[in-house]
Design a protein around this ligand. Structure first.
Ligand SMILES: Nc1ncnc2c1ncn2[C@@H]1O[C@H](COP(=O)(O)OP(=O)(O)OP(=O)(O)O)[C@@H](O)[C@H]1O
Length: 262
């Protein structure tokens, strides 16, 4: 299958740190979780894919065209980004934050309708009329997700880039929003790349894992139980697998257990 995005020998330099070289391929409709310890460079890699950071070397190609050459308005239609921190000084009403997802689209008669549908899909409709900065963390997460849904609503086979979209959510909401993201992406054929810390979400809802340690890819592997030894190596903890008919879960044990088992 042809690549949606191809990353060849891309390196990133931030201050004194060097990340990469990255050689990765993302297929259309694929769901990839980027995992790794804090500070490994996950957000930086995501920003590279989003063109928010430029590579020092190497190339990134989206849909057969160099990422750097995409006109910004076309790029905004083709890929949508959910950042880790939302840098807008949001005294704004919720519906305006969601509509911001569609600013790249001129003459958009569907704007209000799509914003409304996007809020329904992200289970944020009940927040209409509220100020964004008056919302709880979980409520803000739903509104931000609705903004990304609004942006990518009428695109097909695009790219969704999410940085810790499920951070600080309760278990019910985590699953609800994961299912909303999955449904949204699958319906439109969008690929989804997400930085995650939740291994169970990664193993149950994603196709592939990019494991990142100290700025380099330790492994690019399928999200299957066989990747457990790689996850142990990645985080330096022992992992145990629990499985039933509905899915699987991993439990992390302290480092000394890994040493004892060796
Ligand atoms: N703009 C920047 N300039 C200089 N250093 C940076 C910049 N952005 C990130 N870094 C550094 O690069 C390293 C990787 O940061 P990054 O945010 O990509 O890690 P991460 O794996 O996403 O971490 P976390 O899981 O804690 O969010 C960190 O040491 C960070 O301080």
């Amino acid at each position: 299958m042809s690549a949606l995005m191809k990353i060849d020998n891309a390196t990133l330099v931030l201050g004194r740190q060097r990340f990469g070289p990255f050689n990765l391929m993302l297929r259309p409709e694929e769901r990839v979780a980027i995992l790794g310890p804090s500070g490994a460079g996950k957000s930086s890699l995501l920003k590279l894919l989003a063109r928010e950071l430029a590579p020092a070397n190497g190339s990134l190609v989206l849909d057969g065209r160099a990422l750097a050459e995409w006109p910004i308005a076309s790029l905004a239609r083709r890929r949508a980004v959910l950042p880790q921190t939302h840098g807008v000084a949001f005294g704004l009403p919720v519906e305006l934050v969601v509509t911001l997802g569609r600013v790249a689209l001129r003459n958009d008669p569907q704007q209000a309708r799509i914003a409304e549908l996007a809020m329904a899909q992200a289970q944020a409709s009940h927040l209409i009329g509220r100020r964004f900065d008056s919302l709880s963390g979980g409520e803000q997460a739903r509104v931000q997700l609705a903004r990304v849904f609004a942006q990518a609503w009428d695109e097909r086979k695009g790219l969704l880039l999410f940085d810790e979209p499920l951070a600080a959510l309760d278990p019910g909401l985590t699953l609800e929003l994961m299912q909303a993201m999955q449904h949204f992406a699958t319906e439109r054929g969008h690929a989804l790349v997400a930085v995650l810390h939740d291994l169970n979400i990664a193993l149950n809802h994603f196709d592939r894992l990019w494991l990142l340690r100290e700025g380099r890819i330790l492994a690019d592997c399928d999200a299957v139980p066989a990747c457990l030894p790689l996850l142990e190596q990645l985080y330096g903890v022992r992992m145990r697998l629990l499985r039933d008919a509905e899915g699987l879960a991993v439990l992390a044990s302290p480092l000394q257990c890994l040493a004892q088992a060796a």
